[in-house]
Design a protein around this ligand. Structure first.
Ligand SMILES: [Zn+2]
Length: 507
């Protein structure tokens, strides 16, 4: 009898009918928790682990960019797994056509990667790196392995943006770390906003002394971002936030050290004086210089939020101010359009403050807000920021309003978990153009983990598979550190230091 069972089992195996069973719940939970963002679908089975060393058989199937994808996989395998694999090219069968989609099948000592394009192939390797574990029982790393599995994945939206601020306190290594981590979490666009840090050749007074965001440094970061499939987008505030410093700190990058340049700003210094041709020319010079430094990308973020003291100088307050702003923004739009570059803009000055339609949302515009909005060319991308939870109805009236007016709209969350999830669903449901997840001055410590986790899951439309969150994040940060590579104590982890710089005993 036993012999008959064995013969039947062998026959099933030979026909491939005997499938591996699902991996047990405990192990499955441990492994899935490593993936950020969680994939659309993952099935782990209890077959033998697939060791990723020179003996592994890898097939690649790409719907397009096959040559680039193969080159990237070989190069990244060498960097991350220590060897350049031989890759057999086959025809794609299962993977979605959506840009950046991928499928991984690991079984019986083989690895099959299917990708919609080069972006999909990059995403597949990122997932492999997150899930891989060093072969056990050795003193030094010999190889990694992955469990038997099938992963099918595709993003929930095409534009998956991350907005990073470069403060005087940030180092180039940190900014590189932020960009690499956004790429590792499968986002494809990073807006980089200098806070009094961009060292302009034409207007050096716009940066604090010893600023590190030089044109040379920007070019280095653009090159890295491009190699990771990320578009690095410059930002310069054309309207409010002209102090280049946080409102709550009372600093002003230009007039604190150069009082002679006061006429470029409104008397209180927060907003550029847009009726002053010297100010508008300076802004245009810097916009073009930054656009050049960033390698002429297809987007430029013009800021334009919270212009609290707009139109308050003697010249501005006696003009048709909405027309002044509209004409200036239209001009910068056209200058960028000549370079095939689209202008992005924060939304809040384009909604009238106090209008009951925007109750609970951010609206900082004047009575002329709608006039200003209607004057904008319809390819201006409205970045609608909202940092709270969804309202009771789960509706987002401001985003719908801009979309109905004919603008592309990006949803811009920050920190609030329900906000990320609600906005992600709204973008998908209402067919908006994507998300630009903001970080501001919270990109360190525990909030850094939350911001990255939530942004990654919102843009891929999935929920975390749970567990070990701080440890998972530290691990991913460390892996990105290996890529840089990081050598200094302060650049490791998500806090620079474990103790205050100079402590002393209490009195
Ligand atoms: Zn003015």
């Amino acid at each position: 009898m036993k012999r008959i069972v064995m013969v039947v089992m062998l026959a099933f195996c030979a026909c491939g009918i005997l499938q591996a069973a699902p991996l047990n719940t405990k192990e499955s939970h441990i492994i899935k928790a490593r993936l950020v963002p969680a994939p659309q679908s993952i099935s782990l089975t209890d077959g033998a682990d697939v060791v990723m060393d020179k003996s592994i058989k890898i097939t690649l199937a790409c719907r397009k960019d096959e040559t680039l994808a193969e080159k990237q996989i070989r190069k990244t395998f060498k960097a991350w797994f220590g060897f350049k694999p031989e890759i057999k090219i086959v025809k794609p069968e299962h993977v979605e056509k959506k840009a950046d989609a991928y499928r991984i099948t690991a079984e019986k000592g083989t690895l099959a990667i299917e990708a919609a394009d080069a972006g999909g192939a990059r995403n597949a390797i990122r997932t492999l790196r997150q899930i891989a574990e060093p072969v056990r029982g050795t003193g030094k790393l010999e190889a990694y392995f992955v469990p038997e599995m099938v992963i099918d994945d595709a993003p929930a939206m095409a534009f998956r943006g991350f907005h990073i601020c470069w403060f005087p306190e940030n180092t180039p290594v940190q900014i590189e770390q932020y960009i690499r981590l956004a790429a590792y979490y499968k986002m494809n666009s990073v807006v980089l906003e200098p806070w009094g840090t961009f060292v302009s050749k034409t207007h050096p007074e716009l940066a604090w002394p010893k600023s590190t965001m030089t044109v040379k440094e920007v070019r280095r970061l653009v090159k890295i971002a491009n190699s990771l499939g990320v578009t690095l987008i410059p930002q310069f505030n054309l309207f409010g936030h002209a102090s280049g410093s946080r409102g709550s700190c009372g600093k002003h990058v230009v007039t604190d050290l150069h009082p002679e340049l006061q006429p470029l700003f409104e008397p209180l210094g927060w907003t550029w004086c847009l009726s002053n041709p010297k100010a508008t020319q300076l802004i245009e010079d810097v916009v073009l210089e930054m656009h050049d430094a960033f390698g002429k990308p297809p987007y430029f973020h013009a800021g334009c939020d919270e212009a609290e003291d707009m139109g308050t100088c003697a010249a501005c307050r006696r003009t048709d101010y909405a027309a002044v702003v509209k004409n200036f923004l239209g001009h910068i739009h056209d200058v960028l359009a000549e370079r095939d570059c689209k202008m992005m803009i924060w939304h809040d000055m384009l909604l009238k403050r106090g209008d009951p339609r925007w109750k609970g949302f951010y609206a900082n515009g004047s009575d002329q807000a709608e006039l200003m909005l209607d004057g904008l060319p319809r390819d201006t991308i409205i970045c609608d920021w909202y940092y709270g939870a969804p309202n009771k109805e789960g509706t987002w009236p401001t985003m719908r309003y801009f979309k109905d007016k004919g603008f592309p709209v990006l949803a811009c969350p920050w920190e609030n978990l329900a906000g990320y999830r609600g906005l992600s669903k709204a973008v998908q449901r209402e067919k908006l153009d994507g998300m630009l997840c903001t970080t501001w001055h919270h990109l360190y410590g525990r909030s850094m983990m939350q911001i990255y986790f939530r942004s990654a899951h919102a843009t891929w439309g999935t929920l975390p598979l749970g567990g070990y969150e701080n440890l998972v994040f530290s691990k991913h940060l460390r892996q990105v550190g290996w890529d840089i590579p990081i050598k200094n104590y302060e650049d490791t982890g998500y806090y620079n230091n474990q103790l205050p710089a100079k402590n002393h005993s209490p009195r």
